[in-house]
Design a protein around this ligand. Sequence first.
Ligand code: IVH
Length: 683
Amino acid sequence: MKPLLQMAERERASKRLTELREQIAYHNHRYYVLDDPEIADSEYDRLFRELEELEARYPDLATPDSPSRRIGSAPLEQFAPVRHTLPMLSLENAFDEGELFDFETRMRRFLNLAGPIRYYAEPKIDGLAVELVYENGLFTLGSTRGDGLVGENISANLGTIGNIPKQLPALPAASPPPRLEVRGEVCLTIAGFKALNRQRTAAGEPLFANPRNAAAGSLRQLDSAITAARPLEFFAYGVADPAPLGVASQQELLQRLAALGFKIIPNGRICADLTQVIDHFRHLGTLRHQLPYEIDGMVAKVDDLALQRRLGAKARTPRWAVAAKFPAVQATTRLLAVEFQVGRTGAITPVARLEPVQVGGVTVSRATLHNEDELRRKDLRIGDTVLVQRAGEVIPEVVKPVVEKRDGSQGEISLPGACPECGTPLVRKAGEAVTRCPNSRGCPAQRLRALIHFTGKAGLDIEGLGKKAMEQLAAADLVRDIPDIFRLRAEQLAALPGWGEKSAANAEAAINARKTVELARLLAALGIRHVGEVTAQLLARRFNSLAGLLQAEEHDFLDLEGIGPQAAAALTTYFADSANREMLRQLEEELGLKISAPPASTRAQPLHGEVFLFTGTLARGSRQEAKNRVKELGGQVATALNRKVTHLVCGQSPGSKLAKARELGVAILSEEEFEQLLARVGG
Ligand code: IVH
């Protein structure tokens, strides 16, 4: 019989394993399916590590459905399932140098190999894994990784990403094989992420936690026009099966992908041995903050493809690659207080006031706690020592309290029942995570934030009327509502502290310059809930004028592709409100605001950056029509064959351009392939 102590330990391990499996499955769902994680990546990594360690110690307690044997989460139902011909694997993590050495030792043992191992090491981009299928050079299918075996068909959305080739060139020496499955990462630039969150703040929508979640959310749109409006990029890092390409190494494979028109990940290099891998990891650690997109580590891959093949894979990870993760930029400090901020739409956000602390080179003294549920889940107390991290390098957040440091002096945090600014009882709708102050017109905090939004970057972008200025103008009672902004005179401004005659005159000129405004911009500036820049553009294109919008009914909004029930309801309420109608009337009739109709085409531009040349007679329509369609989708049309041309479309009797295009490696499309391409990108 086993000693009692061991049995008790095993029992505890079994309980903990069940707990960990449940927790990880829950967090997988939030991360992979909902694009809305609740815990920091480093926290997740810790849970996963603990699971792996316990399973290694008690192999008989490991279950076949354990997250350690699975990748990601089941796909979303809205998108058609796509079975990957070869599974899309995940990567083993290494959190320090020792773990990189362990990785190499395991491979050596497996291969019975003593000599040096050459690696290809490149940044690990923090985005979303996708697979692109090319049949005879034509992009036919794009999918997410899903659970590694089955992903979601997001072809239409991927088709809108400018740097994803739609047609691969028939290179003289190396045409693409009949079927090619390219794998890589889609990401959003940090600037794109910030802009998107600004728009979402403006529309009163929940913010994305980091660029990765924003990229995932952008790709999982049912309306590709929304995806098209987001600055996404694709970086290729491999293919499902390199065999048909006839290349011998990871580096050659990437060179081939680059020759086929794919963007490969910059800053990759060949490393003669593990020491160079570690050097490169340190180098990337310093380069990291200068890159326009986020990387969360480095991936080191055995360069020799023959060795890769011999090494093969385990249940969820290949044996020939490892992810060396950067340590999270975290620090501990003290929680001094929790304040409750009132947002423009009345949303109450708990914000932690912290003893100032350096986190990754930036002093952090405030951090978001997201919402009440988050606050409760973290079980924080005033005076706690807390772990703070800069998530996605952008918004600092409190990860958790360091419970061991509690000494009994910590105090409870009380949640407000009434608005801290206007005293109105707060409300929380069933099913919503957000608590709000319902006093949208009377609450001074909401009014001020609405005015700041109106003159700010996501609104009319009036120079000189930034946040500070608007706070000052509101405090001086010069601006109470939107029309007041257009009543401001230079003399009034010049009389305020900190203003000179020049800055006052400039501000008045900037206000006047905005008296002619595009409808979409005005709509986005008004701060109607769920109406951000994209929705505002949809509305402007459909209704053309303010008068048109004022007459619209809820079903007119709902009929618009891209406008959901929440936005439709918010629009209906907004335009039915007599105070809002009166405000808009004043703007137009008394203050001389000229609202201009949208320009003819502001639609998605999936062919941006592509240059088409036509040759031969087209059977299905005129050449002019074909050219117009390309232009409508953001592409250019060339009149002669040159290096800029990316696609040659051949009708009947194509002539001499065809042979020359072949020489130049230009993608050659039949008329039918051209039609298919346009259909795929939404033309
Ligand atoms: S190679 C079988 N290279 O990291 C090897 N992956 O946890 C497959 N990732 O899902 C991955 N940058 O989406 C590789 N340079 C890179 C990468 C990379 C980001 C992602 C990838 C994968 C995840 C693995």
